[in-house]
Design a protein around this ligand. Structure first.
Ligand code: 4AD
Length: 471
C-alpha cells in the first residue's frame, strides 16, 4: 500500500513509487480527457495528473477532479513520474499520476481570493502589464482581513518559519552564554517606558495597564540575584503610529545582564547574538529565503565589516552619526532622538562608507532616552545607551541602567513620571543591585528588515495596529 509522503520530499529518485499525499487543491486545470491538479502542502506544491484510462481513471473521476473547489483538502494516491520538461509553477519537479482521489473537506466556491493570486510578485504584475495580461491584485487589507487564508501562501509560510528560527537561535545563543529565560507580568500597575502609549485597564477596581515592555521587572530580577536573564514575550504599545513599522502588539526579545566594566559588554552580546542569527538564516534557511524572495525580492543583508578580519560589527557614536548627517547636508539638532527619516539617511551613508547594513549607534543624548538610562560619567548630557540599525531602521534599543535609587527617583520625576506607580521598582534598588544593562528587540522588525520587507504587518501572524483588532 502507498505510504503517506510529505510533498516537499517528492523527488526524481522516487520515480515509479506509489505515494499518498494530503494537501489543498490550489489550482485545477481541465483539458480534454485530462485534468491537472496542483496540490499544496505548506511551502511545497506538486502537479497531479489525471488521464482517462479505462482501468484506473474514469471520465467521472476527471469530472469530479475538475469540479473540486479551490483550497479543498484532498487525498491523492498515485505513482511518481518524472517529465523531461521543466514543470512551471510548482516547487516539486515530479508529477503524480493519480490513481485515487478523495475530497476530505470541500472549500466554499467563493473564496475572497485564491492563493496563486495572493502569491504574485511585483515582477509578475509588471510582466503581465507589458504583455497585456490581466492579473488579479489582492490588496494588503483584503489579505489581512482573511489572514487564515492568506497565511497559506508559500512566502507567508516561509516568513513565519524564519521568525521562529530567529527566536530559536536567540534562545540557544543566550542560554549558551549563561542567560536564564524568564516571564515577567503583562498586567502591571503603571507605564514601564513612560509616556501615554499604554493600554489602560481596570484590574479589579485598580487602574492598571498592559506592559509596554518587561523593562522594570527584568531589572527587578537582576535586583533579585539573577545575573543574566532574557524573555521572549508580547509587548503592548497603544501609540497612534499608523506606519509600516509600528504594531500595537509585538513580540519582544528582552535581555538584561550584570555589567562588570561598562555597557560595551551589552553591545558585545548584541553583536554576537545577531551575527549568529544572521549566519544561521543564511546557512540553514536558504530555501525559505528563496521562497520569500520569489514573491518579495530583496538583497542579502550585509552585517559584518568587510575590511576587518574576524566577524566584527560596526559601532559608531551618536556624535559620529550626527557628524555624518551634517556633512551630507542634513539639518539636524545634535541633542534629540533621530527621526525615521534621519535614521534612514544615516543607514544609507553608513552603507556607502562602511559597506554594512547593520550597525550599533552608541551614547545617545540623555534627554532622548527613558528615565532609567544611566548618564555618561565623562560626557555630560550623554548616556550609556545605544540603538541598533538594520537597513537604516531601528531594531534594538539598549543601555546601562541606573542602579542607585536616589538618582532613579530624581530622573523619573524629571521625566514627569508619578513615582508612586513604580515605587516597588525603585524600592528594589534600595535593597541594592549590581551595575547592569540590557536591550529590547522587536522580532517582527528583525524579520521584516532582514528580508527587506516593506511592512511589519507581513511579519505578524495576526497583526494588531491602531485600526485592526481582528481577525
Ligand atoms: O525602543 P523600545 O521602546 O525600547 C524598550 O522597550 C526598552 N525597554 C528596551 C531596553 O531594554 N532598553 O523598544 C525596543 C524595540 C525597538 O527597537 C523596536 O525593534 C521594537 O522594540 N518596537 C516595536 N516594534 C513594533 N511595533 C512597535 N510599536 C514598536 N515599538 C518598539
Amino acid at each position: 500500500a502507498p505510504t503517506w509522503t510529505d510533498v516537499r520530499e517528492l523527488c526524481a529518485e522516487m520515480k515509479d513509487m506509489s505515494v499518498l499525499i494530503r494537501g489543498a487543491a490550489q489550482a485545477i486545470r481541465p483539458l480534454s480527457k485530462k485534468a491537472f491538479l496542483v496540490v499544496r502542502q505548506s511551502m511545497s506544491t506538486v502537479q497531479c495528473v489525471l488521464v482517462i484510462n479505462k482501468d484506473v481513471v474514469s471520465p467521472q473521476m476527471v469530472r469530479f477532479a475538475t469540479s473540486l473547489s479551490k483550497e479543498s483538502i484532498v487525498d491523492v494516491e498515485g505513482v511518481i513520474s518524472v517529465p523531461d520538461k521543466l514543470i512551471l509553477g510548482t516547487t516539486q519537479q515530479v508529477e503524480i499520476h493519480v490513481r485515487k482521489l478523495y475530497c476530505i473537506n470541500r472549500a466554499v466556491s467563493n473564496l475572497p481570493f485564491n492563493i496563486e493570486d495572493a502569491s504574485r510578485s511585483e515582477t509578475e504584475f509588471m510582466n503581465a502589464e507589458e504583455s497585456g495580461k490581466q492579473l488579479v491584485h489582492v490588496g494588503q487589507d483584503t489579505k489581512l482581513n482573511h489572514r487564515a487564508l492568506d497565511l497559506r501562501t508559500p512566502a507567508n509560510q516561509a516568513i513565519f518559519y524564519i521568525f521562529y528560527q530567529v527566536e530559536k537561535v536567540s534562545r540557544q545563543i543566550l542560554e549558551s552564554k549563561g542567560f536564564c529565560g524568564i516571564h515577567t507580568p503583562k498586567l502591571i500597575a503603571g507605564s514601564s517606558e513612560g509616556g501615554a502609549a499604554v493600554f489602560k485597564l481596570d484590574y479589579k477596581g485598580q487602574p492598571a495597564c498592559l506592559a509596554q515592555s518587561p523593562q522594570l521587572h527584568k531589572q527587578m530580577t537582576i535586583c533579585g540575584g539573577f545575573r543574566r536573564v532574557f524573555e521572549v514575550g508580547p509587548v503592548f504599545r497603544a501609540e497612534d503610529s499608523y506606519t509600516h513599522r509600528h504594531l500595537c502588539e509585538f513580540t519582544g526579545l528582552d535581555v538584561e545582564m550584570e555589567i562588570n566594566k561598562d555597557f560595551s559588554e551589552v553591545c558585545d552580546i548584541v553583536a554576537e547574538l545577531f551575527v549568529a542569527i544572521f549566519d544561521h538564516l543564511n546557512e540553514k534557511c536558504s530555501e525559505e529565503l528563496e521562497i520569500i524572495k520569489r514573491q518579495y525580492p530583496f538583497q542579502p543583508l550585509k552585517y559584518l565589516l568587510p575590511e576587518r578580519k574576524g566577524r566584527e560589527v560596526l559601532r559608531l557614536t551618536y556624535k559620529e552619526g550626527i557628524e555624518m548627517l551634517k556633512e551630507a547636508g542634513v539639518k539636524i539638532e545634535s541633542t534629540g532622538d533621530l527621526n525615521s527619516e534621519a535614521e534612514k539617511k544615516l543607514g544609507k551613508l553608513v552603507s556607502d562608507k562602511y559597506n554594512t547594513d547593520f550597525f550599533i549607534l552608541t551614547e545617545y543624548p540623555q534627554e532622548a532616552r527613558p528615565f532609567y538610562t544611566m548618564p555618561c560619567d565623562d560626557k555630560p548630557g550623554y548616556s550609556n545607551s545605544f540603538d541598533v540599525f538594520v537597513r537604516g531602521e531601528e531594531i534594538i534599543s539598549g543601555a546601562q541602567r541606573i542602579h542607585r535609587p536616589e538618582l532613579l527617583t530624581e530622573r523619573a520625576e524629571e521625566c514627569g513620571i508619578d513615582v508612586r506607580t513604580i515605587s516597588s521598582y525603585i524600592d528594589s534598588f534600595r535593597h541594592c543591585a549590581p551595575p547592569h544593562g540590557g536591550f529590547g528587540v522587536g522580532l517582527e522588525r528583525v524579520v521584516m528588515l532582514f528580508c527587506g520587507l516593506n511592512n511589519i504587518r507581513k511579519c505578524s501572524l495576526f497583526p494588531r495596529d491602531p485600526q485592526r483588532l481582528t481577525p
